[in-house]
Design a protein around this ligand. Structure first.
Ligand code: CP
Ligand code: NVA
Length: 338
């Protein structure tokens, strides 16, 4: 197996048991020197998970299908055009029927209420693969990627050696300042409800219009978690989340700068207006320098990416963690299935 893959298999929260390869056990002489091969658990053996996707997907779909395979199970991709849901059959009946045949449902939907409805009527667990409001599995990958690169934020840490890369566990990550520049999307909402609870402060810049502010259900969730949000001046640094309409203010002191598309799935008709409203929000070296981001700031993006929200210099440059972040979708979704 590829070393990277082995490393992922060795994460204790991913695979509770590491059965050594039988041949390695038999060969006693070389056993002491040999690292046991980390094999993924077969916890999905003979099990199926339905991928109920009503929107496009590359990363989430490929991660889910390949992760299910590694765990010994089967993912069934059920696109909007393939099954009866929404056309000839209600969400409620579909949840009961699919849940009667599969051991889990991973669903990508439009309105978040559809996930809630699936969960209400499904006899098996329902996981969110994205809704208009949330994208929880993306943020698991983002956090894992930051832990993988903890040495970039802490001069006392070194890049992990080959041996360390195979050892179980995550590198400790110091509290980071994370800046978001762009739209208030599903990705941001999950960052808001998770990063501050792990000690990271979040600074957000969206255009001032009402349409681009934090939606009410997200605000309620933040309130429920005791997370505070305010302008740069209001909390004088005490807020968990600073929210502004000035990208330069958002990137001040940032270790990490993150963005997402300005036109999420389902908003295609608003494209022209959105391109006008987001003028000046493109993530560039110049913006981050002007705003006072840390010298070694890193860039993240859930993908798919358009050049309007981040230029090529940043996206394809040495600061960008976008592709390792994309790779980590698979290992985190595998952990979730496990
Ligand atoms: N980041 C992400 O969810 O990508 P896909 O839409 O391609 O799954
Ligand atoms: N905000 C984007 C994320 C895509 C992964 C969307 O919902 O289209």
């Amino acid at each position: 197996l590829h070393a990277h893959t082995q490393r992922r298999f060795s994460l204790p929260w991913l695979v509770p048991q590491f059965p050594p390869v039988p041949d390695a056990q038999k060969n006693k002489k070389s056993k002491a020197k040999q690292e046991p091969l980390r094999m993924p658990s077969q916890s999905l053996f003979n099990k199926s998970i339905a991928l109920l996707f009503s929107k496009r997907s590359t990363r989430t779909r490929v991660s889910a299908e390949t992760a299910a395979l590694l765990l010994g199970g089967r993912a069934l991709f059920l696109g909007r055009e393939d099954i009866q849901i929404g056309v000839n059959e209600s969400v409620r009946d579909s949840a009961r029927v699919i849940g009667g045949m599969c051991q889990g449902i991973f669903a990508r939907v439009g309105e978040d209420s559809e996930i809630e409805e699936l969960a209400r009527y499904s006899p098996v667990p329902v996981l969110s693969a994205l809704s208009n409001l949330w994208h929880p599995t993306q943020v698991l990958a983002d956090l894992l990627t930051l832990h993988d690169h903890a040495h970039l934020f802490d001069a006392t840490l070194h890049p992990p050696s080959a041996k360390q890369r195979l050892a179980p566990g995550l590198a400790p990550l110091r509290p980071l300042t994370v800046a978001w520049v762009g739209d208030s999307t599903n990705i941001l909402h999950d960052i808001l409800v998770s990063f501050p609870r792990l000690g990271h402060s979040v600074r957000v810049a969206t255009p001032g219009k009402e349409a681009y502010q934090c939606p009410e259900p997200v605000r309620k969730r933040l309130d429920g978690l005791g997370l505070t949000m305010g302008g740069e001046e209001e909390g004088k640094g005490a807020e968990h989340i600073v929210w502004t309409d000035d990208p330069r203010v958002a990137v001040k002191g940032a270790d990490v700068v993150i963005t997402d598309t300005w036109i999420s799935m389902g908003q295609e008709e608003e494209k022209a207006q959105r391109l006008r409203d987001f003028a000046g929000y493109q993530v560039t070296e110049a913006l981050c320098k002007e705003g006072g981001a840390k010298e070694n700031w890193v860039f993240m993006h859930c993908l798919p990416r358009k050049a309007e929200e981040v230029d090529d210099e940043v996206f394809y440059g040495p600061r960008s963690l976008a592709f390792p972040e994309s790779d980590n979708r698979k290992w985190t979704i595998m952990a979730l299935f496990e």
